[in-house]
Design a protein around this ligand. Structure first.
Ligand code: CDP
Length: 256
């Protein structure tokens, strides 16, 4: 998070030409996998994330089951080819941390009490990483859960704000994340703006902090619209069941 003299602003604009309060382009598609109960594919700038959801199904191993609610598991995984230097396959401290906080964020919205002794599994595969992958994964995971038809009280939309080159900015890009002063990823339930994930790396003054949180919330609201549009598109594609039509055939119409 230290800036070793790297210029993060050029002519008042960010390195990728964005304004301080501008998100990178985001695309979400729901229902992309046939074998999973729910799925979503998301592109956010150069980030590419695929999420699959299974369940609710019987909780195995049984000793993990809860007689009062479903257990929600979340696996955030970075593909070895997702970053510049090959990432060693398998879990590490970072992915364990991201998986834990993301599961806790989703537990706040999924109506787990409706499925005692069950398990809901969320798998996030980061295929290409370019800063902001925890927010991208959580945003896609919430769409995949909705695609699976799992009851939730709201979606979860996630986005980071922070400080780079002395400015408070929305949705840090790779260089801004690596060489900026602070990164504040958050996730909210868009309807009541409850914060369900909050992290901070770096240092901000009170005013900068308030500005960053307000920017990130605005970002989450924009992302919520993209999530809703993806789900709407997905469920518009599902054809309604064919209704039985009662037809009366007159005797005279029956060929002899
Ligand atoms: O991705 P996110 O911003 O949520 O997490 P981070 O720990 O702040 O990582 C920022 C970025 O660093 C990632 O998005 C990747 O582009 C990069 N990274 C990497 O190149 N190799 C890793 N092992 C982990 C992260």
């Amino acid at each position: 998070m230290k800036n070793p003299g790297i210029e993060l602003f050029k002519d008042g604009k960010r390195l990728d030409g964005r304004k301080v309060d501008e998100l990178r382009p985001i695309k979400i598609e729901a229902g992309v996998l046939e074998r999973a109960d729910g799925s979503a594919y998301l592109e956010w700038g150069a980030n590419k994330v695929l999420v699959a959801v299974y369940g609710p199904k019987e909780c195995l191993p049984r000793h993990l089951s809860d007689p009062y609610k479903a257990v929600l598991t979340y696996r955030y995984n970075m593909a070895p080819f997702s970053v510049d230097d090959r990432k060693r396959p398998g879990p590490d401290r970072r992915s364990t941390e991201i998986s834990k906080i993301s599961a806790e964020a989703l537990e706040k919205v999924v109506l787990l009490e409706q499925f005692p002794n069950s398990m809901i599994k969320v798998f996030c595969e980061v295929l290409q990483a370019d800063a902001g992958t925890r927010c991208a994964s959580l945003t896609a995971a919430s769409v995949a859960l909705a695609d699976a038809g799992i009851p939730m009280r709201d979606l979860v939309a996630s986005c980071a704000a922070g400080k780079a080159g002395g400015e408070v900015i929305l949705d840090l890009g790779k260089k801004e994340d690596n060489f900026g002063e602070a990164d504040v990823p958050i996730a909210i339930t868009p309807h009541d703006e409850e914060i369900v994930l909050f992290q901070m790396d770096g240092a901000l003054s009170k005013e900068e902090f308030q500005k960053a949180v307000s920017l990130a919330k605005q970002g989450c609201k924009t992302i919520h619209e993209i999530q809703k549009a993806a789900l709407k598109k997905r469920f518009e594609q599902v054809k309604p069941p064919i209704k039985a039509v009662k037809t009366e055939i007159k005797k005279s119409e029956v060929s002899k």
